[in-house]
Design a protein around this ligand. Structure first.
Ligand code: FEC
Length: 293
């Protein structure tokens, strides 16, 4: 057996001029409101994305470190930007892989997220190699420990967050919310934190109801209950995404300032060696692949 990993991520535009095409890819052919596009360009610009996007450098560092840790080839494939998932699949096949492990840099399963990554990878491989897809890793102990280490000992109220999704997923029996709550509970337990809650973030203006409460409303509700210090622990993201650096570091900070609260957030796992060791253990245990000796 010769194995390779296709490490999948949402994708982020490398240059500011890429944003319209990137947004079109996310919208998948549905109409785009010019003001939403302008707003998105402005958010990337405010984070310093002009000719280079630091998030893509983080993803590359994650890939390279995982490859070293595993001793197996790892190829990056993005859902909404390049290199595409199909390019990564071709590279894995060209490297001689007959087993391809699909791992998404998002720990929780939803039909609206992970299923799409799987579909793209499955289609690209076209049965030319065995696909071992890791569908979720929300309760994988080494990952829980990485987050627990970041909140342990805090005196602040901990708010666990994740990307919101359209609320209709609950009627469709999607496991997303259940898995998110499970991660939050496990991290709180491992860190010995009693004072915590959960909220969503990064809802999109698509015209239908999304899961809540949104972090901005949640901060106001916590303030009304007398909470003044908050530590945000995103559990649904593992890198310094736009959602972290804008939605939390700018928008939630502004709301906290208005309310007279302090809001801090944990450092994201990014390419932290302990996190990479957790990903390597996940690949070895869940997909049952190991580097040849
Ligand atoms: O550059 C970056 O760092 C941003 C990367 C990025 C990540 C991410 C994660 C998730 N999303 C999920 C669902 C949706 C749904 C819509 C949607 C829209 C956007 C837009 C941008 C964007 N998402 Fe995203 N998401 C990232 C980026 N996302 C940009 C469009 C502008 C905006 O709304 O701000 C609505 C699509 C539509 O219009 O129909 C649904 C989920 C995740 C977490 C799982 C994962 O990472 O795959 C779920 C990172």
């Amino acid at each position: 057996m010769s194995a390779a990993v296709v490490l999948m991520a949402y994708g982020s535009p490398e240059r500011l001029e890429d944003v319209p095409l990137y947004y079109a890819d996310i919208r998948g052919g549905r109409p785009i409101a010019q003001d939403h596009l302008d707003d998105l360009v402005a958010r990337y610009r405010s984070l310093g994305v002009e000719d280079h996007n630091p998030l893509n450098a983080v993803t590359e560092e994650t890939r390279a470190t995982l490859e070293r840790e595993l001793g197996l080839p790892v190829f990056t494939g993005m859902k909404h930007w390049s290199p595409r998932i199909k390019d990564a699949a071709e590279r894995a096949l060209a490297a001689g892989a007959d087993v391809v492990v699909g791992l998404v840099l998002a720990p929780h399963y939803s039909r609206l997220s992970i299923a799409g990554y799987r579909e793209q990878l499955e289609e690209a491989l076209d049965a030319r190699a065995e696909l071992r897809m890791i569908e979720s890793w929300h309760d994988f102990e080494p990952f829980v420990d990485v987050l627990a280490a970041r909140v342990r000992g805090t005196a602040a109220h901990v708010v666990f967050t994740a990307h919101s999704l359209p609320a209709r997923i609950l009627d469709e029996g999607d496991p997303y919310q259940e898995q998110l709550f499970e991660t939050a509970r496990l991290v709180a337990e491992a860190a010995d934190v009693d004072d915590w809650s959960f909220s969503y973030q990064s809802e999109s203006p698509t015209g239908e109801p999304w899961l809540g409460p949104d972090i901005l409303d949640h901060l106001a509700a916590l303030h009304a209950q007398g909470v003044r210090d908050v530590l945000v622990c995103p559990v649904g993201f593992v890198s310094d995404h736009l959602e972290i650096r804008w939605d939390l570091d700018v928008e939630a900070q502004e709301r906290a300032h208005e309310l007279g609260m302090t809001v801090q957030r944990i450092d994201m796992p990014n390419a932290d060696p302990e996190f990479i060791r957790a990903l390597a253990a996940l690949v070895e245990q869940e997909a049952d692949v190991r580097a040849p000796r």
